[in-house]
Design a protein around this ligand. Structure first.
Ligand code: NDP
Length: 310
């Protein structure tokens, strides 16, 4: 089965939906495939307090539902499906969805976002679904009145620790450096939270437990004179150490940086392939905010429209 479209948008985070709003209002009749996580990463967060226009804050899920409705209102065709292959150098570009449906597209906007990273410990795989998680909002419910640990020192780690403190009896925050990189306001909230104990200069060596996570082996001041190994008893182990851009299926075609982020022309969303644009976290190693993603989605749709009219 094959279908021809003028503008295909891959991914349904703030970048994808904003591109869909602009592309549909420009009469490009965009088709958007939602991907593995409809609504993107914001659907795994709790309250979004920094998206302009919501003085009282809004939940990530509600924000994404509103963006989707807004895109549909102007005619965007939003579909469930995962892009499994892409031939971006073909003309028109050929995108395969769910391994079977081929879409031919004059322009493609890639807004596939990024995925949570893991430490790479064998125990993370061993205890997957049995105490290890990279999404506090998704799995926090299972740890009511239990003890959990969150790894990371960024805004995500702070946000997850605060969220979990509302459910769990105690939260360890495992930070590998002697300081956090999170914004000051988030650090303050974590430090003032009586249920959160911050373990600075600490790394995780492994996890232990019979039928699920019962604790973690930790090391403080690794490689220094005062190095110290110790264990903590926990029921849940949450990763919040950043993300990897979802670009594997485009490797070898699009120019990527050393981490895998799509390289775009400075100030634009154009990639090395004419008619292919990248918006949101997939091309943004620096800001990674919902509002910057939405802004770049807008730019991508405007660039796609200009490309088509040239
Ligand atoms: P960041 O990249 O900002 O932080 C990742 C954290 O994980 C750092 O503290 C890093 O440590 C640590 N880390 C990385 N690898 C390891 C490892 N192998 N072992 C132990 N620790 C590790 O990612 P975030 O997901 O926190 O944030 C991404 C972006 O999203 C940021 O720009 C952030 O500001 C933004 N954000 C904003 C929110 C908000 O405003 N409400 C909420 C959530 C995110 P180190 O510092 O040592 O490198």
């Amino acid at each position: 089965m094959s279908e021809k479209v003028r503008c295909l948008i891959i991914g349904s985070g703030p970048a994808g939906y904003t591109a869909a709003i602009y592309a549909s209002r420009a009469n490009l009749s965009p088709v958007l495939y939602e991907g593995i996580q409809p609504g993107g990463q914001l659907t795994t967060t709790t309250e979004v307090e920094n998206f302009p226009g919501y003085p009282e804050g809004i939940t990530g899920t509600e924000l994404m539902e509103d963006l989707k409705k807004q895109a549909e209102k102007y005619g965007a065709d939003i579909r469930t499906g995962i892009v499994t292959a892409a031939d971006l150098k073909a003309s028109p570009k050929k995108i395969t969805v769910d391994g079977k449906t081929v879409i031919e597209a004059d322009t493609v906007i890639i807004s596939t976002g990024a995925t949570a990273k893991y430490l790479g410990l064998p125990d993370e795989a061993k205890y997957a679904g049995m105490g290890v998680s990279a999404c506090a909002t998704c799995d926090g419910f299972f740890y009511r009145k239990k003890v959990v640990a969150v790894v990371g020192g960024g805004d995500t780690a702070c946000e997850e620790a605060i969220y979990l403190s509302g459910l769990a009896s105690k939260v360890y925050l495992i930070v590998r450096k002697p300081f956090m990189r999170a914004s000051k306001v988030m650090q303050d909230r974590v430090e003032k939270n009586e249920k959160i104990e911050i373990l600075y200069n600490t790394n995780t060596l492994g996890l232990f437990g019979e039928n699920g996570v019962e604790g973690a082996h930790l090391i403080r001041h690794k490689g220094e004179a005062n190095e110290e190994k110790f264990d903590i008893a926990i029921d849940g182990f949450f990763l919040a150490i950043g993300h990897k851009p979802n670009t594997d299926i485009f490797a070898g075609q699009l120019d990527l940086d050393e981490v895998g982020y799509i390289k775009t022309v400075p100030n634009l969303t154009s990639t090395n392939i004419p008619g292919v644009f990248a918006a949101g976290d997939v091309a943004d190693p620096i800001f990674r905010q919902a509002i910057t993603a939405a802004g770049s989605g807008c730019k991508a749709a405007i660039e796609a429209e200009r490309y088509l009219s040239e």
